[in-house]
Design a protein around this ligand. Structure first.
Ligand code: 5AD
Ligand code: SF4
Length: 467
């Protein structure tokens, strides 16, 4: 079932095993700690779980306290300028740890460091950083750490021309009831605003068997919430032999026993097929929630964004999903202030938001990304972008509030996430539709499904009591 060149070969993986053995010897009995800071999306969260898995495997203790760490890794994001600024400020903060203790190892990875200009910037302006590497080089972490332990030359490695998948890496999952399962990596879409295809390479899918084995194992271990991850999960399998589709994968997952729900993150409307929608509707594990990035409600802007659908097509996918999956909740991503966006274009986005009535939206002010086509286009002035963003939030907040009020009086199943930060007897949970529910309870049901009666709602959450 595999196209072999999708995968890192066994010799390369064996070499990493050798480095792991050497690190284990070097740090044995020293009680060294490692700290991993993660910025960005779920894909990065998933990558950090692999990083922690490898670090623990070679003998580091994982710490949440950066001041105690002997090895510090920053897993960066590049999606917007703000994310890069945050990464640089965190890397900056690590400087004094190295000044105090020169044996400390500092590494930076993720989307930001997959860009040549950023890798160079770190090389030249952050002299205390020992290594950086691009997203597809994660499997070589043992080699980079071993080199740093040997006081070897600083390393700054971008992605390979043709990034590959490394199967079998250890994963240290943050949660024992919620899990990310990457089903594919990279993106072929080249939306004109987006840096992802440049920092995560072309689409490559994991073998269906590897994905299914992982999901089966998680279900057996009692995981309740499994998110199938990829930049564009709807094009899963196109590069595999036999071309299995996301619908095939969902149909196989449907056969797995256990009380767990499946989320998809993220779907591109361009590839949302009727087969996929059908497979979701028949799947007993499907969480009745769909995240379908709209980006803009203007056909002219969608075209300039290179999105390959228009608002009519978008609306018809929403209709089909709603028809086949009663009560499904919708979320979306919207970019405000894309180059050339006129007031009329923006109004069309607002119109779609009012028409679809999303449960919630993730809206972003367009951030120019160096190296992408939109970076070169004529930009919308900052104050206009901010004004539109504020207005869109206002419109959506009203809709979210109205939808949430309809839950008052209903009994819904939620997955408990743990104690609320602000209040001792209050717990936080999520509905299958991904809505936040706070409820009072004397017992701790973290990681379990329970039923809650909703008594109150506002724009951002539902409130209730366990029944
Ligand atoms: N500026 C603002 N938002 C962006 N996104 C991607 N690139 C940019 C950018 N340059 C948003 C898109 C995407 C989400 C993950 O981030 O809405 O769906
Ligand atoms: Fe970026 Fe578009 Fe790919 Fe999503 S589909 S990662 S927005 S290029």
């Amino acid at each position: 079932m595999i196209t072999t060149n999708n995968f890192v070969n066994e010799l390369d993986l064996a070499l990493q095993e050798k480095h792991k053995g050497e690190i284990r010897q070097k740090i044995k009995d020293k009680g060294l700690c490692a700290f991993v800071f993660t910025l960005g999306c779920q894909q990065n969260e998933a990558d950090s779980e692999r990083i922690r898995g490898v670090l623990r495997e070679v003998g580091y203790k994982i710490t949440e306290n950066e001041e105690k760490a002997d090895l510090l890794i920053v897993n960066t994001c590049a999606i917007r300028e703000h994310a890069e600024r945050r990464a640089l400020s965190i890397i900056g903060r690590f400087k004094h740890y190295k000044a105090k203790n020169p044996d400390i190892i500092i590494g930076v990875c993720g989307c930001m460091t997959a860009q040549e200009h950023r890798a160079n910037q770190i090389k030249h302006s952050y002299h205390y950083v020992d290594f950086t590497f691009g997203t597809s080089m994660l499997y070589r972490l043992p080699e980079f750490i071993n080199n740093a332990l040997n006081k070897g030359k600083r390393r700054f490695l971008l992605d390979s021309e043709k990034p590959q998948i490394a199967e079998g890496l250890e994963i240290e999952r943050e949660s024992n009831y919620k899990a990310w399962v990457s089903i594919m990596y990279g993106c072929n879409n080249f939306c004109t605003y987006c840096i992802v295809p440049y920092v995560r390479g072309r689409e490559r899918s994991r073998n269906m068997k590897d994905v299914l084995d992982e999901v089966k194992d998680l279900a057996k271990r009692g995981y309740k919430d499994i998110t199938l991850l990829g930049q564009n999960v709807n094009s899963y399998g196109k590069d595999l032999e036999g071309k299995p589709t996301i619908a095939d994968l969902l149909n196989e997952i449907a056969k797995i026993e256990g009380d767990f729900m499946i989320h998809l993150m993220t779907s591109h409307p361009r590839d949302a097929s009727s087969e996929m929608i059908e497979a979701l509707s028949k799947n007993p594990h499907s969480a009745n929630h769909f995240h379908l990035p709209l980006q803009s409600g203007s056909d002219a802007i969608l075209k300039k964004m290179n999105r390959h659908y228009d608002k009519q097509r978008y609306l018809s996918i929403v209709d089909e999903l709603r028809e086949k999956n009663k009560g499904i909740t919708f979320t979306t991503d919207i970019i405000v202030g894309f180059p050339g966006e006129t007031e009329e274009d923006f109004n069309q986005t607002v119109e779609i938001v009012k028409k679809v009535r999303f449960d919630s939206i993730f809206s972003f002010i367009y951030s120019p990304r160096k190296g992408t086509p939109a970076y070169e286009m004529e930009q919308v002035p900052e104050e206009i972008k901010h004004k539109r963003y504020d207005y869109l939030c206002q419109v959506q907040n009203e809709i979210s509030n109205e939808i949430n009020q309809t839950y008052v009086g209903k009994i819904i199943r939620v997955l408990v996430d743990g104690k609320s930060k602000n209040n001792e007897n209050v717990y936080t949970s999520r509905t299958e539709g991904n809505k936040i529910v706070h409820f009072e309870c004397d017992n701790d049901y973290t990681g379990e499904f329970i039923n809650v009666k909703i008594t109150k709602a506002d724009t951002f959450a539902l409130y209730g009591e366990k029944i």
